[in-house]
Design a protein around this ligand. Sequence first.
Ligand code: XIL
Length: 320
Amino acid sequence: SAQLHSVAKSAGKLYFGTATDNPELTDTAYTAILHNASEFGQITAANSMKWDATEPSRGDFTFQNADVIAQLAKTDGQLLRGHNCVWHEQLPSWVSSGNFNAATLSSILTTHCSTLVGRYKGQTCVYSWDVVNEPFNDDGSFGTDVFLTTLNTSYIPTALNAASSADPNAKLYINDFNIESAGAKSTAMQTLIRSLKASKTPIHGVGLQFHMIVGEVPTQSVLIQNLQAFTALGIEVAITELDVRMTLPATSALLAQQQKDYTTIVGACAAVSGCVGITVWDFTDKFSWVPGAFAGQGEACPWDANLVKKPAYQGIIAGF
Ligand code: XIL
């Protein structure tokens, strides 16, 4: 029967993929599905390429776990989305402390991005990098993290230029949530992309995370219009962290609505030629980040905690 990546390819997409994390790789029932390249043509490291994991103290780069994920992609013939170079979360305190002046922080940022991206340069599996993650507040203003307070928005071109020099072949993305439909945050992202393009800064894509809630997904035409507002700027888009959570306990009605919601979202990407692929933020409720991040919510993924496919799985297939 039809499998996710195969169906995505038939629909003209580059990949259907999933996030994965190192502790999960000891679960052989899980990895049997993860390694199935007809289900997943792309993987993202859920944690092991983040700053706290890769440069826990200044200049001390640790790529052991990240290398495992990259090697897995290579062995399985899957594409890799690097995630991520700079983000205000999972940032070690030596960076977030605010101890550095602008020149020093800028050099720290450049070294981090170029060392991380350079590590995997030239490996055929590398498709893209989320160079900048979540720069905006929900109202479309910029955040107040150490990069913005010390470097203002210049940290964004600094990171993109460092990543571009380290791997000229990787597609460079800015990735965020709550930009899935028109609104202040989506507009702010478009304004940022326009200004980066105007200054000839390397930028190739916007990642829309798509952490959604059952029954609260915008209509497909709203999603399509928003995706097209990005691709009209001369960049590609990807759905980078898809899950559709519900308030527990799950009911058959909620699972049926979730199936429809997955179809709506996948169908929006399918309808926009510049939407290159879709990544679920892990494929099973067994390892989803949702219950840990949103109290009382869960069951957001297409496979349940016993690694059995849910109606959501068929919802994805139907969307292509
Ligand atoms: C999440 C991971 O899945 C969790 O394991 C971790 O505890 C927190 O981060 N947006 C992102 C991802 O860009 O990196 C986050 O991943 C989920 C929200």
